[in-house]
Design a protein around this ligand. Structure first.
Ligand code: PMP
Length: 450
């Protein structure tokens, strides 16, 4: 294998070199265009190369790009914290700025544990999550994640935090049907709490719409209300991981606004700076901060680049751009147009078992049989085949594990919220060609050979 210096995700794979991005397109050094229907891991919410963001970045760089958070604060960081609190469900949030979604969930976890410590409840330090979840790649975040594949290599080093049933109605892990189920998946949290003991549990973390570990899985009506009520009853903090769903993606500024629940903590990342600079945050309700303000008055976490003024200025510009161009509304309107187009695609292809999502966070799940909903054999690598074929055609879609514990195939379709209807039509056309060709490729597969 040729020696190189850049560690890439797959070392012997060729990755095109991107020269520039504009709108929903990325262009490589060979002149090939890629329609970015995944916004780069659901990040580039306002599209690439937006001049207003570049201007804001330059303006801040002309003032100051870096101050150390242990010594100073900065005007953009202060303004951003205020703005996020104004936008978040019910307001009254404090922001702790970090650089990635993983740091945001891990910081939220640490603050939740510290909250109980300051109250003298030292045993409350476990964080429960769900089997079908992804909260990040650092050890603490991975300890809270139910993503089987991403955990596998590190299991001996991870905390053995308990996981509960996910609200995955398409193939319910409890073999029930909504609404007759009575939200049994939410009640599974209560069963786990009673088994473990609330005195050992600091928090429960969940994605409002399950992303990489399931593919745009929207919970049934009433799910988060029940979850919050269970958490409150047992004195357990609720952390909403809005890293993928937050900042307009699902047709609300925060996806929790769809359920009318105000989380005790939230994690934000990705769309917060729309990919222009690294920026993420743990948002903490006033009542969670209270014992810390009365107690040690400091949060035992932080990174050199935390609350970076350059990144904060970019985030403010992204939020301004979203307001100016009404992108929360756009996510709703364009999301329902794209959803309808994907549903039509499902009519054409038997193996498309489910099309789902919220706003412009949508996904398509593939099954080998629509009635039994059995997934294709894992050895077939259907998700990778679709992602690769689409890539070849110049279409970027995002892989999801699909199914409980990764047993399934799904792709996320989540283009920038600025996408036009004509671009959506092209996206669907390219996806249709992709699905047709991949299904032809695997049509003769023999289960025995896989
Ligand atoms: N939480 C969720 C819900 C995510 O989707 C991701 C990233 N896919 C993360 C956390 C981790 O974010 P990052 O990759 O920025 O560390």
């Amino acid at each position: 294998m040729k020696r190189e210096h850049l560690i890439k995700p797959v070392l012997d794979h060729h990755y095109p070199t991107i020269q520039y991005g504009k709108g929903v397109y990325l262009y490589d050094d060979q002149g090939k265009a890629y329609l970015d229907a995944s916004s780069g891991a659901v990040t580039a919410g306002i599209g690439h190369g937006v001049q207003e963001i570049i201007d804001a970045m330059l303006e801040q760089a002309g003032k100051v790009s870096f101050v150390y958070r242990s010594q100073f604060t900065s005007e953009p960081a202060e303004r951003l914290a205020k703005k996020l609190s104004d936008l978040a469900p019910g307001g009254d949030y404090w922001s702790f700025f970090v650089n990635s979604g993983s740091e945001a969930t891990e910081t939220a976890m640490k603050i939740a544990i510290q909250h109980w410590q300051e109250k003298g409840r030292l045993g409350k330090n476990k964080v429960l999550s769900r089997r079908m979840s992804y909260h990040g790649i650092t050890m603490g975040a991975l300890s809270m994640s139910g993503h089987v594949l991403r955990r596998r290599r590190f299991i001996p080093l991870l905390e053995d935090f308990p996981v509960v049933a996910p609200p995955y109605c398409y193939r319910c892990p409890l073999n029930k049907t909504y609404p007759a189920c009575g939200l049994a998946c939410a009640d599974d949290l209560e069963t786990a709490i009673k088994r473990i003991g609330a005195e050992h549990i600091a928090a429960f973390i969940a994605e409002p719409v399950i992303g990489a570990a399931g593919g745009a899985v929207v919970p049934p009506e009433g799910y988060f209300k029940r979850i919050k009520e269970i958490c409150n009853r047992h004195e357990i903090l609720f952390i909403a991981d809005e890293v993928m769903t937050g900042i307009a993606r699902t047709g609300a500024m925060f996806a929790m606004q769809h359920s009318g629940v105000e989380p005790d903590l939230m994690a934000l990342g990705k769309g917060m700076s729309a990919g222009y600079t690294p920026m993420a945050a743990a948002l903490v309700k006033d009542h969670v901060m209270e014992p810390i303000l009365k107690g040690s008055k400091s949060i035992m976490s932080g990174h050199t680049y935390s609350a970076n003024p350059q990144s904060a200025a970019v985030s403010l510009a992204v939020l301004d751009y979203m307001e100016k161009h009404q992108l929360v509304e756009a996510a709703k309107v364009k999301g329902s147009y794209l959803l309808a187009r994907l549903e039509r695609l499902a009519e054409q292809f038997e193996p498309i078992g489910d099309v789902r999502g919220a706003g412009l966070l949508l996904a398509v799940e593939f099954v080998s049989d629509r009635i039994s909903k059995l997934p294709f054999p894992a050895g077939l690598g259907l998700t990778s085949r679709i992602i690769d074929k689409a890539f070849h055609k110049g279409l970027l879609v995002y892989p999801a594990a699909g199914g409980v514990d990764g047993a399934g195939d799904a792709v996320i379709v989540a283009p920038p919220l600025t996408i036009t209807e004509a671009e959506i039509d092209l996206l669907v056309q390219l996806l249709e060609e992709t699905v047709r060709e991949v299904l032809q490729e695997i049509s003769g597969f023999d289960r025995g050979e896989i």
